[in-house]
Design a protein around this ligand. Structure first.
Ligand SMILES: C[S@@+](CC[C@H](N)C(=O)[O-])C[C@H]1O[C@@H](n2cnc3c(N)ncnc32)[C@H](O)[C@@H]1O
Length: 259
């Protein structure tokens, strides 16, 4: 995918964070010069454009927009804070305060933020193989300043790395992460919403490979957890013998306890 970065129509100079973003991501910068995004993309042979807005980067292709927003994570954490509701992912991971958590499929970052909130002090790392997603979500997280200090802290503790999870796992020492988590793309979306359809356009849809799970089992100190559609053979194919979830939930969690 060929991507370019530009500013909004009203702000056509490169700000300090935008300059840092450009030097880190290495995506080419194209001055806006009052042009529409469609024209700018066509002139530069780009499939998508990252527009640097006041709150951070926004990935645009046609009418679709993708940017970081912690709303899903916020409602899950708030359900725990207000009603004491136990989060299904946290339960499947048996996440304890201080645990390190390696999210091998960052996406929009909701699961990583929830893990960050419940871990509190452990290192939280999010891996994303698609450079555009890693850059937009990673920088959106870095720049996020909301009204809730507990949410700001949880968001800012997530360290995002643009890498295929197999390559990353192969470089890690044995037993160096407490929890390792996978949430690959579902074949059919369970929810229809604008952010999810934008994510589907840019995401890596490859099936998980057994080698990544073997590596995760070597690197995990406590457990490896896979989220998938209940009833699919993914758990069996990848060696997850223990599956948690309720009869009425279309989502289930496979668990491998580290030995
Ligand atoms: C279903 S989404 C994850 C959603 C995420 N759990 C959340 O809470 O927003 C899956 C993400 O994993 C990424 N992905 C798929 N295969 C990957 C791989 N091999 N390495 C790193 N990221 C990968 C996809 O590009 C996509 O962004």
């Amino acid at each position: 995918m060929h991507l370019i970065v530009t500013t909004t129509q009203s702000q056509d100079s490169v700000s300090v964070p935008m300059a840092e973003f450009l030097s880190e991501s290495r995506f080419p910068y194209v001055p806006r010069r009052g042009l529409s995004l469609a024209k700018l993309a066509a002139q530069n042979g780009a499939d998508a454009v990252i527009v640097w807005e006041e709150q951070g980067p926004v990935l645009r292709a046609g009418e679709e927009k993708l940017f970081f927003h912690p709303s899903m994570a916020k409602s899950r954490i708030a359900a725990h804070r207000k009603q004491g509701r136990v989060d299904n992912m946290v339960k499947a991971c048996q996440l304890q305060p201080g645990d390190s958590f390696l999210d091998c499929t960052l996406g929009m970052g909701a699961d990583a933020i929830v893990a960050s909130y419940f871990s509190g002090t452990g290192a939280i790392t999010g891996l994303e193989s698609q450079p555009a997603l890693a850059a937009v979500i990673g920088w959106g997280m870095k720049l996020y300043r909301g009204k809730m200090p507990w949410l700001n802290q949880a968001v800012q503790r997530v360290q995002v790395i643009a890498v295929h999870h197999r390559d990353y796992l192969q470089m890690q020492p044995d037993r160096s992460q407490d929890i390792i988590y996978f949430d690959p793309m579902f074949s059919q979306p369970l929810l229809q919403s604008q952010p999810i359809s934008a994510l589907r356009r840019y995401a890596n849809h490859d099936a998980l490979d057994p080698c990544s799970i073997d590596e995760a089992c070597r690197v995990a100190r406590k457990r490896v957890v896979l989220k998938s559609e209940a009833g699919l053979c993914e758990f069996e194919r990848l060696g997850f013998r223990r599956v948690e979830g309720s009869k009425h939930n279309p989502i289930a969690y496979g668990v491998i306890i580290a030995t």
